[in-house]
Design a protein. Structure first.
Length: 115
């Protein structure tokens, strides 16, 4: 089964909201923007500090999502990457997660409104 980055992000965001007692539907625009900024640096959401997962697992997920990886890298200005870079797969995994963060956060907010 193909790894779904958006679903994984949504689940991680929902867990974060519960753990931190945050009702996303009650946030004003500034608070929402601050939440986004905070999530950007939460390792268990984006892997932005030290990687979300292992190098091997990240490589597997990226292999299942090559088109998404390519798009995320291009959209973030990574048209050239050193393929000898240490922890390349976790680096790309983080690029994908940060690329999808805004959309996943908005989907979580919408699901809470509807639910």
């Amino acid at each position: 089964m193909k790894y779904d980055y958006t679903q994984a992000l949504m689940s991680d965001i929902e867990d974060f909201l519960v753990m931190n007692d945050i009702n996303i539907c009650n946030l004003n625009e500034e608070e929402y923007d601050n939440l986004y900024d905070e999530l950007w640096d939460v390792n268990s959401i984006t892997g932005n500090l030290s990687g979300y997962t292992t190098e091997e697992q990240a490589a597997e997920w990226i292999g299942q999502n090559l088109r998404l990886a390519f798009l995320a890298m291009l959209e973030n200005g990574y048209d050239k990457i050193d393929l000898t870079r240490k922890n390349l797969a976790t680096f790309i995994d983080t690029i994908i997660r940060t690329y999808l963060l805004s959309d996943a956060l908005e989907k979580v907010k919408e699901s809470k409104k509807d639910g």
